[in-house]
Ligand binder design. Structure first.
Ligand code: C2E
Ligand code: MG
Ligand code: MG
Length: 641
């Protein structure tokens, strides 16, 4: 028969033997609380409780079950129940007629079944209980401090019948102990989840990753197997986050986590280290092939686009790999090496994997030092401009001057931009430096005769930021230089990012009167096609063609073709790197309009270029290079930088 099991009886005065029971239960309480407090495993504590109860109340069989978040019963302790019985109960759903425990958990009330053989609540489980001799079962819900059912506490007997007063007393006291122990365990698990899981993706977090990596490396250090650490960074994640918002960014990270998990086996740990950085610990690695295979799977997994809230985005993965024991077994060193390899992968066009090598280490060390020095230099404004004349090959006068950046390094002296521009671009420092160059170049030019232009090099990175137009206008306004006297030199690389927006900016500049020059013509992949898409004012034929002009007929043919093509398109041509008379003669024969190079003058200070080339606004043309006669090269050695 089923009836709610009132616990009021436990409060009635107790006979002498019951006083003994009370004492034993108090001792048990003490024992349980102490074990919970010292962090003993929940199953162990519950098992002890069951054994003690069975000793206090001979003839009962005690069982404790937990209820999981999905409402299923989970075996916790039942040391006197047969193994197969315990296993059969584990995972059963709670419900309105699910034995004593399942029903009690479902109703949130005590359930007394005096005879399992006849009670309808046991209809589905009778065949499980009767063969092992269980006839009666009284189960009560264990509730959390907020009233949620978190488990059941049950006493079985081998004979039919209801609970005795002693049973009631045991249940009343044990429900309390069980609640404390289970809640304590839940809290512990939540804390450890917070401490070791990444909340957004559910992957291991950095703390967990480090602990596991350390353990994996210890095994390798003891001479067993190999481990690879893959550092993974998503390409262009920042752009997605900035343009589509953090919600899309978060979903992308979640999907990225799922793709990474799908690439690994059960023995591998996938962690999110922060932002869009992930890492994988690949253990039991037999050889480099295993590692390459995993890296290839990851790169391929990120080849497919991500569809998030009606947005289709492409985000690749770059991977840096370090291996133990080959690259050492020290965690800090391995992580640094994987990071360096990642840096290399990013530099090599992204969407690829790179293994650490000692060469990477040396190159990157140098680069880090350069980066650091450059940052300091930008703050201290340790830059200077040099100026190199651009000469009209027909008339011999200086028509323009190119501003070239120099870094005055405290130890290395004057450093060429060829060495540091790329670093300045990667770090974004070029934006600040570039603004300064624009202003300084315009300031120098204002002192020159009005027909002399100043040519300033721009980096692709300056087009990425919104403020380029404002920088240019600001420089012109503050110095008073007319826009027609400014030329901007760009290379093909500026078109690679967002050619539509770049084209728009360039057209605006041309409308203002600013000249746009295609620099280093011939070195890119599709120089010719850019000539079609944008009306450049001038193209500069790259130095490499001029250098071989005299000795290599093919170079001469290219230069000739470019000059002719530009002439047909109405674009002026400048030959870069003119160093010899022979080159000059050939260029003039082919009809090249302007030349720049050591033959006319090396890059020099503003004061030198102004006086040596007679550029001062009030002065007559004094010592300009004459086309047909006179000491052409008197200026060639002037104060080289
Ligand atoms: P570029 O714009 O093609 O500049 C011409 C380079 O060729 C300069 O190197 C110049 O010194 C060198 N040069 C000129 N005539 C001769 C010659 O007869 N023989 C040889 N061998 N070389 C000659 P520099 O000053 O080292 O600049 C290298 C590159 O750095 C420049 O190439 C330009 O792309 C970049 N750069 C220079 N200044 C700036 C700047 O302010 N901003 C940006 N973004 N890039 C700059
Ligand atoms: Mg240039
Ligand atoms: Mg050039």
């Amino acid at each position: 028969m089923t009836s709610p099991w009132s616990l009021a009886g436990a409060r009635q005065p107790l006979p002498a033997s019951d006083r003994e029971t009370s004492g034993a239960l108090r001792a048990l309480e003490h024992e349980i609380l102490e074990r919970v407090a010292t962090g003993r495993p929940l199953a162990e504590v519950m098992e002890l409780l069951c054994r003690r109860v069975e000793a206090i109340d001979p003839g009962v069989i005690c069982s404790v079950l937990a209820v999981d978040r999905l409402g299923r019963l989970r075996h916790l302790a039942g040391p006197s129940l047969p193994e197969h019985y315990r296993a059969a109960i584990d995972g059963l759903a709670t419900g309105p007629s699910a034995g004593s425990c399942g029903t009690s958990a479902f109703l949130g009330q005590p359930v007394v079944v005096s005879d399992i053989a006849v009670d309808p609540l046991w209809a589905d489980y009778r065949d499980l209980a009767l063969p092992v001799g269980l006839r009666a079962c009284w189960s009560s819900p264990i509730k959390s401090s907020t009233g949620r059912v978190i488990g059941t506490f049950a006493l079985y007997r081998r004979t039919p019948g209801g609970p005795e007063p002693i049973d009631r007393e045991i249940v009343a006291s044990c429900l309390h102990h069980c609640a404390i122990a289970i809640e304590h365990e839940e809290a512990r698990r939540r804390i450890s989840e917070l401490a070791f899981r990444d909340a957004l993706t559910g992957l291991s977090n950095r703390t967990c990753f480090q602990a596991e990596a350390e353990q994996a490396l210890r095994i390798v250090a003891d001479g067993h197997g190999g481990v690879a650490i893959h550092y993974i960074d998503l390409d262009d994640f920042k752009i997605v986050n900035d343009t589509l918002g953090h919600r899309v960014g978060d979903q992308l990270l979640g999907e990225a986590a799922r793709r990474l998990l799908a690439c690994v086996g059960s023995g591998e740990t996938v962690a999110r280290l922060g932002g869009d950085e992930f890492a994988i610990i690949q253990s039991a690695v037999a050889g480099r092939k295993d590692v390459e295979a995993l890296a290839a799977r990851i790169v391929a997994a990120f080849g497919a686009p991500f569809d998030i809230e009606e947005n289709r985005v492409r985000v690749g993965a770059s991977i840096g790999i370090a291996m133990a024991p080959d690259d050492g077994c020290d965690l800090v060193a391995i992580l640094r090496k994987a990071d360096l390899a990642l840096y290399e992968a990013k530099g090599q066009g992204r969407g690829c994997a790179r293994f650490f090598t000692p060469e990477i280490d040396a190159a990157l060390q140098r680069r880090r030092v350069l980066e650091h020095d450059l940052r300091t230099a930008t703050e201290a404004r340790a830059f200077e401009l040099r100026f190199q004349p651009i000469v009209d090959l027909g008339r011999g006068n200086t028509v323009a001057v190119e501003a070239l950046l120099r870094w005055q390094h405290p130890v290395r002296g004057s450093v060429s931009p060829a060495e540091f521009i790329a670093v300045a671009e990667d770090t974004g420092l070029i934006e600040e430096i570039g603004e300064w160059v624009l202003h300084e170049a315009c300031r120098a030019a204002i002192a020159w005769r009005p027909e002399v232009k100043v040519s300033v090099n721009l980096s692709w990175r300056q087009f990425r930021r919104g403020g380029l137009m404002a920088d240019i206008m600001g420089a012109l306004e503050r110095t008073g230089l007319p826009p027609e006297r400014l030329e901007l030199e760009i290379t093909e690389s500026v078109f690679l990012s967002n050619s539509a927006a770049v084209g728009e900016t360039l057209r605006d500049l041309r409308r203002m009167g600013v000249g746009i020059v295609l620099d280093d013509f011939g070195t890119g992949y599709s120089s010719l096609s850019y000539l079609r898409t944008f009306p450049f004012s001038k193209i500069k034929i790259d130095r490499s063609f001029i250098a071989d002009l005299v000795f290599r007929p093919d170079c001469a043919a290219i230069v000739r073709a470019v000059i002719a093509l530009a002439r047909d398109l109405g674009i002026r041509t400048t030959a870069e790197g003119v160093e010899t008379e022979e080159q000059l003669d050939l260029l003039r024969e082919e009809g090249c309009i302007e030349g720049q190079g050591y033959l006319f003058g090396r890059p020099m200070t503003a004061a030198d270029v102004t006086t040596l080339f007679g550029l001062a606004s009030q002065q007559p043309v004094a010592r300009a290079f004459a086309a047909n006669d006179g000491p052409r090269l008197a200026l060639g050695g002037a104060r080289a930088s």
